[in-house]
Design a protein around this ligand. Structure first.
Ligand code: SAM
Length: 651
């Protein structure tokens, strides 16, 4: 058996599977491999349109997952693994990539597209080998993929829904699990069955044989030519980056010498070096290193000739980007002029009636209404011989009225008044690297918050309404991201209107929360008090979290706080919290967590263009800051809402 001699070479080594899939774990465990499971934080959001073939997407995702864990392990676990295995399974049919269904309707859409047809299942696998040398780590990356063809029987509606209602499709690529009930849908399989389950064991063993026994690779399918053509692996030297000062962080061990003051900076340098180093390899070794360049191709210009037809959808993507500001401003203006509030109260008005109510020209109002129709915010119906009438779409009814259940009205007003002017000076901001407050508003910004609070009551209210609207929309996702039933007292630092605190007490009947915020904010709390709920377990305390003593609590909430501040300020705040905490106390951190490789469009990165003093960070970067103060990450979630969440414990 190919694997046995390889397995003996892995004894005593730290092998890590960067996947939470129980099926992958079973396959590898059954093969006798001993490994730890560290699920990757890499968000599976690579743009599929950028890949020529579906397997390239699977391989790239597998690489990103494995590399993310390989880079994170030394920080989080203080151990450099010997090998990290990443994998990603996708189903491809009719040129489309199917991943896990998001809900039952999505599962239905996927399964009905597979009915009666042959499709391909691709698993991309990445093996990252890490070698510690003095203060450095060598990373070696090998990747490959396996394709299996599967044919589904013709599926009746009843069969489809019975299968969907079994719940099995939900966490599986393509919406089926061949090893269980889904096996009944399959007419034939050509190729490796385990590949369809989630891991191509046979191909993996052959690759291990190549790595550890110097066996020649006969692998024609490997997308990483690194191994299959050369019988050698690519080596990238990356300086080891370590966690903080041992005097501050009880996590630091003598085995991991502390190198420097600013971990954050080094981490950026490290990933940059990794990028550069990998790119250099790519250039020196020619086309054989294409797979590596996929991750790190920033050093090369892309050449496109006039004869290259743009990919389907690419032109539309660019136009959507070019026109984005028009859409935003139409939304802001309709909100500001009260169009959505009016149509909520009086649906079915025509353009002249709307114009009269909002005190605007009929021509202008009609243009605005029609633009809103095209954006899906307003719907229209044209009765014969009558003028078209308008009403809110479901989207507008849900989010855009000032009293909508998930009203973003406050945030929209703030964005229009306080952010739009800054963005109209973006070129200057980029040239100078500074916030353009003075150019936009005619006076220097003193302090991000004090400015909003002391200028006028109206400004303060506008800022608080903006914070409140986002917190109300995202509060439930944050409050329910983790089991917090062990915490009896919480303190929401910079908790503003208390919106998240109220959500926390709703889902945690044992918990009481102190909202700690600056005095001018606390003064206005009553304006935002929820109507139909018991508010006794939420109290407010005025103070400055940089200067004043913090209330004692077993859970500290930091929602949208740390991104406003530099690393130095964050250190001051985290140290104060750490000094107040006993072992077992927690921090519930909620922010937009940047994608490690910045691959997907990110609200965080776009917000950073305001050039405020703070900085947007990835989950790993937050994790580093927290570990410096003796906190370890217990759990972490991309919520798919506006804010992500991380639960950390004091050790
Ligand atoms: N946590 C809230 C949320 O997610 O909706 C509000 C976030 S808002 C971006 C930042 C909050 O921190 C504001 O309410 C602000 O007043 C508060 N804040 C800023 N500096 C503060 C300080 N030095 N002490 C206490 N609170 C502060």
């Amino acid at each position: 058996m190919v694997l046995n001699p390889v397995i003996s070479k892995l004894v005593g080594k730290l092998v890590v599977l960067a996947s939470a899939s129980p099926r992958r774990q079973d396959i590898l465990r059954n093969a006798g491999l001993r490994f730890e499971v560290v699920p990757s934080w890499f968000k599976e959001t690579l743009d599929k349109a950028l890949f020529k073939a579906p397997y390239e997407y699977a391989v790239e995702t597998a690489k990103q997952k494995a590399l993310e864990v390989a880079r994170r392990m030394p920080f989080k676990h203080l151990k450099t693994p010997d090998m990290v295995i990443g994998a990603d399974t996708i189903v491809s049919v009719d040129g489309l990539i199917l991943e896990k269904p998001t809900d039952k309707n999505d599962a239905y859409r996927m399964l009905s597209s597979l009915s009666g047809k042959e499709h391909s299942v691709f698993t991309g696998v990445a093996i990252v080998l890490c070698h510690e040398k003095d203060d450095e780590v060598d990373y070696q990356l090998i990747d490959f993929y396996e394709e299996t063809k599967v044919k589904f029987a013709d599926l009746s509606e009843d069969m489809l829904w019975e299968y969907i209602n079994s719940g099995e499709p939900m966490d599986k690529a393509g919406g089926y699990g061949i090893q269980a009930l889904g096996g009944m849908l399959v007419e034939y399989v050509h190729g490796d069955f385990l590949n369809v389950v989630g891991f191509p064991l046979n191909h993996f063993c052959k690759q291990l044989g190549v790595i550890y026994n110097n066996l020649p690779s006969s692998d024609q399918k490997s997308s990483s030519i690194v191994l299959s053509h050369h019988n050698q692996v690519t080596t990238t030297v990356i300086p080891q980056v370590l966690t903080g000062d041992p005097s501050v962080s009880p996590l630091a061990s003598p085995a991991h010498k502390v190198k420097r003051k600013s971990d954050q900076k080094d981490m950026h340098e490290t990933s940059q070096q990794m990028t550069n180093s990998l790119s250099k390899h790519g250039e020196s070794q020619g086309s054989e290193y294409m797979a590596l360049q996929n991750i790190t191709s920033r050093g090369r210009s892309v050449s496109v000739s006039e004869n290259t037809e743009p990919k389907k959808g690419d032109l539309q993507r660019i136009i959507t980007l070019m026109d984005g500001f028009r859409s935003s401003k139409a939304l802001f203006t309709a909100s500001k002029m009260g169009v959505f509030d009016l149509l909520q109260k009086s649906p079915g008005l025509n353009a002249s009636q709307v114009a009269a109510e909002i005190k605007a020209s009929v021509k202008g109002t009609r243009c605005l209404l029609e633009a809103c129709v095209s954006l899906g915010l307003v719907t229209t119906c044209e009765k014969s011989h009558q003028k078209p009438v308008y009403k809110n779409s479901t989207l507008a009814a849900q989010f855009l009225g000032s009293d909508s259940p998930f009203s973003l009205h406050g945030y929209i007003m703030h964005t229009d008044n306080a952010v739009w002017p800054l963005f109209s000076h973006l070129e200057n901001a980029v040239r100078e690297g500074t916030n353009q407050h003075e150019q936009a508003f005619g006076k220097k910004a003193q302090d991000l918050f004090q400015d909003s609070y002391y200028d006028s009551q109206a400004l303060k209210l506008r800022f608080m309404s903006a914070m409140h609207s986002i917190a109300k929309v995202t509060g439930k996702a944050v409050a329910t991201a983790f089991d917090l039933s062990a915490y009896k007292t919480a303190c929401d630092l910079g908790g503003c209107t208390g919106a998240i605190a109220y959500e926390l007490t709703k889902v945690n009947p044992q918990m009481s929360v102190i909202v700690f915020d600056l005095a001018p904010v606390v003064e206005m709390r009553e304006k935002f008090q929820p109507q139909h709920m018991d508010t006794e377990r939420v109290s407010f305390m005025a103070g400055d979290f940089f200067k004043d003593d913090l209330p004692k609590a077993d859970l500290y909430v930091l929602a949208r706080i740390l991104h406003d501040w530099s690393d130095e300020k964050v250190d001051i705040l985290l140290k104060k919290i750490a000094d107040n905490c006993n072992p077992g106390c927690g921090i519930l951190l909620s922010e937009i967590f940047l994608n490690e490789d910045r691959s997907a469009p990110s609200r965080g990165l776009l917000q950073a263009l305001s050039m405020s003093p703070g900085r947007q960070r990835s989950a790993q970067e937050y994790c580093l800051l927290l570990e410096r103060h003796g906190f370890t990450v217990k759990d972490f979630k991309y919520t798919d809402n506006l804010l992500d969440a991380m639960l950390c414990l004091k050790i």
